[in-house]
Design a binder for this molecule. Structure first.
Ligand SMILES: Cc1ncc(C[n+]2csc(CCOP(=O)(O)OP(=O)(O)O)c2C)c(N)n1
Length: 640
């Protein structure tokens, strides 16, 4: 089936192809995408939507010298397929295989490793400016491709402001498919909706048809349609003028599935002496009916088989409950109990599994779009006025809000709860998405309580505790099925760790859900005759020095275990506390992620490579036990 695609070694091979062949190639690319989704979870609907756009871009420019930046980068699969990676495509998102995002190590056509939304225009402005200074005679052109969801990020508006002022020629292709992962939100979304209705859009007829179908039956639909279309065209022109006022030339809306049409406007954009916003209208999920109908589910669907145009899930949904769901349930329960509690997501309603909460509490559910920094600032305002906001954002994306956590939350001491989902290794998305920096970036704030549930049973209790606090707090939990660690659990008390096992052969201090692996390691070692103590830290800040330090002092060795960067992390906190208390630290070993980026791959495989499994932890204990001189004689701990 991949008759043409299999012959494309580089975009240069696209140059001689007729439109008929390019359109056939588009079909083959879609087929390759569908086949991949039979094998594993991957980004799907966004990629189906940009097939023609990708071909138009690569036939209009030579990106071995011109510059192409894919914003976010999750829609890069068709680009990978035509830039020499067709034969490796099956390996995408697997350990050692192609990355699911742009990766400069894979191809000269991937300029930046991206993964977080909103970076493309800033980077593009930088490239354009440098090319003007360094490669002035080479006439390189920069193109940033950005979706309408990412387009509303604050950083994009900052970049547009800058580019409009610099007035240098570059092209921002706004890929407008009306969707973020969920339907896009906000005033810019409304503005784009009206722009889509303006006269330049060649797909207007279909749009009219859809529009009429959606009209309520009261009144005369045709009359109402005409009135609204007139308004839309007027507003559309004004919307275009908005970009013009900002210093951009606005072209569009253009049908993003018409290669010839896009080539025409890309050439126009290249030749204008100004930054250009090319507004391209595409359909997310294009070419596969189930994805067209439900682009949210098909943003990153689980593997499926195609049967008569439908998608049949291949794997049974896991029946076990992930931490994300426990978090969602705890949030919902808190909102049920307390009308001051509200929840904020940054375009990740689906990923955060918050749909039922959105349904039940529409007034207290806020999707701020891909605007994490605004989300935290917004929460601060809500808290100041008396609400109890919960900001539910993936660990990696919360990094975007660092200054708001500092200025608007911590400095004000406001009671906002940050829920850091996907904290730890996230698996196939890779280094752009691993949530491994949070402990390092949250620990320095003096009044921020930082918790990490040791197991399934602690998460909801931590949410309740956090909501009872008068200051800011954070709870981190990973992307995995929630496990329970069998024990008689002690009640959750503020700032108090839980001692699960006593043992004079050594000590493990577990941070967060590493507890289950640590617990298993203790059991394995016990069978070998090594009695290891186990502490479930529960609190990263404040650290329970009253429990941890005496145990540390008595133990022949101690190991801290965390799913995150070692620099500034939980182990560092223990090390600092020990050092401050004058306890010898040579026998304290920290397990976690050393000074490097972790690649993409199956989460469990990645953890195993890092030694963050029961076997790995047990092995570290055996090594440490062998190095230590046996139990130390000190009877009295010096710190209490
Ligand atoms: C800073 C940041 N927040 C959240 C995400 C998660 N995310 C990945 S793709 C996506 C939707 C992007 O929508 P859009 O830009 O319109 O692209 P589309 O998928 O519709 O083509 C989101 C929210 C991210 N990658 N980066």
């Amino acid at each position: 089936m991949a008759e043409i695609l299999s012959t494309i070694q580089s975009p240069k091979d696209l140059q001689g192809l007729s439109y008929k062949k390019l359109n056939r190639l588009a079909e083959e690319i879609r087929e390759a995408l569908c086949q991949l989704l039979g094998q594993r979870t991957a980004h799907f609907a966004s990629n189906l939507g940009v097939v023609e756009l990708t071909l138009a871009l690569h036939t209009s420019f030579d990106f071995s010298r011109d510059r192409l930046i894919w914003d976010t980068g999750h829609q890069i699969y068709p680009h990978k397929l035509v830039t020499g990676r067709y034969h490796d495509f099956d390996s995408i998102r697997t350990r050692g295989g192609l990355m699911g995002y742009p990766n400069p190590d894979e191809s000269e056509y991937d300029l930046f490793m991206t993964g977080h939304a909103g970076c493309s225009v800033s980077v593009g402005v930088g490239l354009t400016s440098a090319d003007d200074l360094i490669h002035a005679d080479e006439n390189r052109h920069t193109v940033a491709v950005i979706g309408d969801g990412a387009f509303a990020s604050g950083i994009v508006l900052e970049a547009i402001n800058h580019a409009g002022g610099l007035k240098k020629n570059m092209t921002v292709v706004l890929n407008d498919n009306k969707m973020s992962i969920c339907p896009r939100v906000g005033g810019i979304a409304d503005c784009l909706d009206r722009l889509r209705m303006s006269h330049l859009y060649t797909g207007l007829k279909t749009e009219i048809q859809r529009f009429l179908n959606q009209m309520p039956v009261i009144g005369d639909p045709v009359e109402r349609f005409l009135a609204q279309t007139k308004d839309a065209i007027k507003a559309g022109m004004l919307g275009g003028m908005l970009f013009e006022e900002l210093g951009f030339r606005y072209i569009g809306p253009v049908d993003g599935h018409d290669i010839r049409h896009m080539q025409k406007y890309l050439a126009k954009a290249r030749d204008l002496d100004a930054p250009v916003l090319l507004h391209v209208v595409t359909e997310k999920g294009r070419g596969f009916a189930p994805a067209e109908e439900d682009p949210t589910t098909f943003h990153t669907p689980a593997p499926f088989a195609r049967e008569n145009g439908t998608a049949v899930p291949l794997k049974k949904q896991k029946s076990s409950v992930p931490y994300t769901q426990l978090a969602r349930d705890a949030i919902g329960a808190a909102m049920q109990r307390d009308p001051r509690v509200c929840v904020i997501t940054a375009a990740m309603c689906q990923g955060n599994m918050l749909e039922p909460v959105r349904e039940e509490f529409p007034d207290r559910f806020f999707d701020v779009g891909i605007c994490e920094s605004h989300g935290v600032g917004f929460a601060a305002g809500l808290a100041k006025a008396g609400m109890r906001p919960i900001v539910d954002i993936y660990s990696t994306f919360l990094q975007r809000s660092y200054d708001q956590i500092f200025q608007e939350l911590s400095l004000q001491g406001l009671p906002v709860l940050l829920m850091l989902d996907r904290a730890g290794l996230t698996g196939p998305d890779g280094p752009t998405h691993h949530g491994v920096f949070d402990l390092g970036y949250l620990r320095p704030f003096p009044n921020l309580t930082v918790m990490a549930p040791g197991d399934a049973d602690e998460l909801a209790r931590m949410v309740d505790l956090a909501l009872s606090l008068e200051g800011p707090s954070a709870i981190r939990y990973p992307k995995c099925v929630a496990k329970s660690v069998e024990r008689i659990a002690s009640p959750l008390e503020y700032g108090v760790a839980e001692t699960i096992e006593q043992g004079d052969g050594g000590l493990i201090i577990a941070c967060g859900t590493m507890l289950a692996e640590c617990h298993q390691a203790v059991e394995m070692l016990r069978k070998e005759g090594l009695q290891i103590g186990l502490i479930n830290a529960r609190f990263v800040k404040p650290l329970d020095t009253a429990t941890i330090l005496p145990a540390l002092e008595l133990a022949p060795f101690a190991v801290t275990v965390e799913e995150g960067m070692l620099a500034g992390g939980f182990g560092s906190a223990v090390l600092e506390a020990a050092c401050d208390a004058g306890i010898e630290t040579a026998r304290l070993h920290r397990m976690g992620i050393s000074d490097r980026y972790v690649e993409h791959g199956d989460r469990q495989d990645l953890l195993a490579e890092l030694g963050l499994t029961a076997e790995g932890i047990a092995a570290e204990c055996r090594r440490s036990a062998a190095q230590s001189e046996g139990p130390r004689p000190t009877a009295q701990p010096t710190v209490r």
